[in-house]
Design a protein around this ligand. Sequence first.
Ligand code: C2O
Ligand code: CU
Length: 457
Amino acid sequence: MGTAALATLPILPTHALASPAYVLRPGAAEASLRGPDEPKTQVWVYNHSAPGPVIRIPRAKPVHIRVDNALPDPTTVHWHGIRIENAMDGVSGLTQQPIMPGASFDYRFTAPDAGTYWYHSHHRSWEQIARGLYGLLIVNEDTPVDVDADLAFIADDWRLDEAGQITEGFGALHEAAHRGRLGNWLTVNGDTKPKLNVSPNARVRLRCVSAANARVMAFELPGLTAHVIALDGQPLETPEILDGPLVLAPAQRVDLVIDMPGTPATFIINEVSVGDPIVAAELVVSGDALADRKNAAPLILPSNPLAQHQPDLENALHIDLLMQGGAMGGMTQATYKGQMFDMRTLVREHGQAWAFNGNAGKPVDPLVDLKAGQTAVIGMINDTRWPHAMHLHGHHFRVLEIDSKAVINAPWRDTHLMQPAERIKIAFVADNPGKWLFHCHMLEHHMAGMGTWINVA
Ligand code: C2O
Ligand code: CU
């Protein structure tokens, strides 16, 4: 389980013309989440491994991935962060019907931008991701980037009982109205405290992904200097030194570059979001030293086609999104499926605890209808006591403003972590036709109301 180095999926023989390049088989399996000496955990994963296999695809070339559903439940696969054709976005109930047990679905798409992405179930995601249905998706740069090691760091907090089994109670409403389902067992690449081996002087690219349902994780790398080179798959124009802990909200990605020292050593990567640090992984420097890069310039990734899709702020359409609800919030009522309910009835009878613009759950009508190519600016107010990881499908947006302060060099993101009471403005070009979900990636929040969609003509 848990490959630290990025092995790629075997490409199947292509004697049959129509054979897909990759086959993903979601199904039940066992995983050594707690280490080789502990009882195995029953999980739902892709291709028997937790996390699923690393999928590496070329940029700007069509790929074909078949999903054979070996689960007892329906499922879908979403390719998080890819500016994808709408019909391939994998959103159960919006862009496709779920894949029934025993059935298959062929995903065919072309990824326009290189970078670090992930794939995961988008059907009852609060349960299916918590059971392990996710994996790393890498879109290769056109020319390989000059690093000595390209390592996965996909973190998850599982909720395990004493026997090491995943606890049920998925989507419990009390949790959904608070932070969401928080786990009690941390893995990286499906392992407990894995050792990531690198050579002395190696320049390491660490692709950090959070697959947590709800926890906002934070990592420290004492003794190491790391540069942030990409956020949510998209390269930064100027790499930035990681200053303070690496904060990863659910679904966010951060690519780091770290130059290792020239002599053998072991560095701990700690998770520090709660009190005492927990060891997440170890970076073990050993073996023959590579050439010293101490004086080499920091790595800058080539820019993606996305960078040409700059928002036209002068002619933008402005939209407001008021986020309300949750425990200790002031929400008294909301519309659900076209009908108004008081908060108590909403929670008790409909399992809804959150609303966008007074509407709980995915509304019949989109938040906005946009013309292809139009720039949209969404002004969002988090009128709740909780943080939210807001994710827009099919597009990346630039965070222009936080609490009325302009953001310098506004980064491109597909998932932004909003703090309680925060107000932000995001902008994006609606250049991808279709129905795109816009939701909180704290999966229980989404389940309990925090989701809407936009329509691009
Ligand atoms: Cu990571 Cu709606 O998705
Ligand atoms: Cu949320």
